[in-house]
Design a binder for this molecule. Structure first.
Ligand code: NAI
Ligand code: OAA
Length: 333
């Protein structure tokens, strides 16, 4: 059994964390041989609720869970952590776009970037879930200059999972038979879910998703809009934003970052942009990545048609606008 690692989950008394903590403590992210110390951060008024979560974690009798540290103090929460799930932030309500949360949430990520910078391990892997996730990840990294920028990522895996599930359902096949769907850009309604490089195995035969679906109009319209607006559709139905599926996606993201991707497979993550595929540099942009030895690299050499290029431009522009607004908000104190 490996030495225990410290893992922090912020927003630990909230609804995503309620599913996420269970999955992490079961060993679904770091493996069934990895003992864990869980640091749970929330704000002072939530300490009572958090105590209930701690009781439930104890009552689950997880064999991998060495101990649990509930706290409202970022110094305690981020001390020596190897992995950070930054979930704690306000969720949107019906009728809002995720960027409407920027003014309320971005300062949380400034403070947490500063705390990561001071107290976390320098090789900490940071996954930002709280919205607007890409720009919050950028802000967090900006305020943690002693940690490499590559260590800050934003979650677009939920979008990838949604896209994969839509294609599988359309084809009447299992989700695992759909590979290499890409989410480009922002985790927002400008994201571009792209199947141009995706494959589907139907009746034992592997083909491109384009060929298997055989309906370009569907793939460029209904499919794209369904994935872009899925978060809003869940809010309209549940009156609360996605939680179970968000927790599962956070586990998938960190699992693949920690353990690597299979040869030939890629996954989508919001990562610091180097300008690949014409995306703006120095924003957190979702790209297809491969992961080896705990390090991601952007998959290069994929073909983009004019339709795809125009979609990347729209989402890139939105990220530049968000970056400007976020830096203005953060400089106001
Ligand atoms: N990237 C993605 O795909 C997704 C992102 N989200 C986002 O995740 C975030 C959390 O969602 P839920 O868990 O549903 O919200 P929630 O409201 O149920 O829980 C959020 C928790 O964060 C806590 N919190 C607030 N400020 C904090 C701070 N400074 N430090 C630590 N904790 C703090 C709150 O007290 C609360 O317990 C939202 O911003 C939501 O929009 C949700 C689904 C998917
Ligand atoms: O839609 C929201 O506000 C929550 C979220 O990010 C998602 O479900 O993708």
């Amino acid at each position: 059994m490996a030495q225990p690692i410290k893992v922090v989950v912020t927003g630990a008394a909230g609804q995503i964390a309620y599913s996420l903590l269970y999955m992490i403590a079961r060993g679904e992210v770091f493996g069934k041989n990895q003992k864990l110390v869980l640091h749970l951060l929330d704000i002072p008024p939530m300490m009572g609720v958090l105590e209930g979560v701690v009781m439930e974690l104890a009552d689950c009798a997880f064999s991998l869970l060495e101990h649990v540290v509930p706290t409202a103090d970022p110094e305690v929460a981020f001390k020596d952590v190897s992995a950070a799930f930054l979930v704690g932030a306000m969720p949107r309500k019906e009728g809002m776009e995720r960027k409407d949360l920027l003014a309320a949430n971005v300062k949380i990520f400034k403070v947490q970037g500063q705390a990561l910078n001071k107290y976390a391990k320098k090789d900490v892997k940071v996954l930002v879930v709280g919205n607007p996730a890409n720009t919050n990840a950028l802000v967090c990294s900006h305020y943690a200059p002693s940690i490499p920028k590559e260590n800050f990522t934003a979650m677009t895996r939920l979008d990838q999972n949604r896209a994969k599930a839509q294609i599988a359902s359309k084809l009447g096949i299992a989700v695992d038979n759909v590979k290499n769907v890409i989410i480009w850009g922002n985790h927002s309604s400008t994201q571009f879910p792209d199947v141009c490089n995706a494959t589907a195995t139907v009746d034992g035969v592997k083909k491109s998703v384009n060929e298997a679906i055989g309906n370009a109009a569907y793939l460029q319209n209904e499919f794209v809009v369904t994935v872009q607006k899925r978060g809003a559709a869940v809010i309209a139905a549940r009156k609360m934003s996605s939680a179970m599926s968000a927790a599962k996606a956070a586990c998938d993201h960190m699992h693949d970052w920690w353990n690597g991707t299979n040869p030939g497979d890629f996954v989508s993550m919001g990562v610091i942009s180097d300008g690949s595929y014409g995306a703006p540099k120095d924003v957190v942009f979702s790209f297809p990545v491969e992961i080896r030895n705990g390090k991601w690299s952007i998959v290069q050499g994929l073909q983009l048609d004019d339709f795809a290029k125009s979609k990347l431009q729209v989402t890139g522009k939105e990220l530049l606008e968000e970056k400007e607004e976020a830096m203005t908000v953060c400089s106001q104190d």
